[in-house]
Design a protein. Structure first.
Length: 107
């Protein structure tokens, strides 16, 4: 049975997969920003965030980091390590961090 932290990490990892495709499409169109989906733990979130390519790559360089809309963080499973007026950067803590790294499409 999945723990809550594990389920939450899997949801975030799923949004990360979506954003990897979104980024490819944006690149194909020559866009300089990615209209990414919020990578929070809510399976029904659906919010979007505007992230530059360099910001996006900086997030993806770490398997346990996600870009979220401010206010969508869950401090029981992640901590906020950076942010700007468009999004916040969180790092998973506890068992969710290992799940997130295991599911990293770039690992
Ligand atoms: Zn969200």
């Amino acid at each position: 049975v999945d723990s809550r932290a594990e389920r939450a990490a899997k949801n975030e990892a799923l949004f990360r997969e979506v954003n990897e495709r979104v980024k490819e499409v944006a690149e194909g169109f020559g866009s300089d920003t990615v209209g990414a989906v919020c990578e929070c733990s809510s399976p029904t979130c659906g919010a979007t965030i505007q992230v530059t390519f360099s910001e996006y790559e900086a997030v993806r360089a770490h398997g346990d980091r996600f870009a979220l809309l401010e206010g969508h963080e869950d401090l029981s499973i992640e901590r906020v390590i950076d942010g700007n007026e468009r999004f916040i950067l969180v790092e998973k803590i506890g068992e969710g961090a290992a799940v997130a790294r295991d599911l990293d499409p770039r690992a």
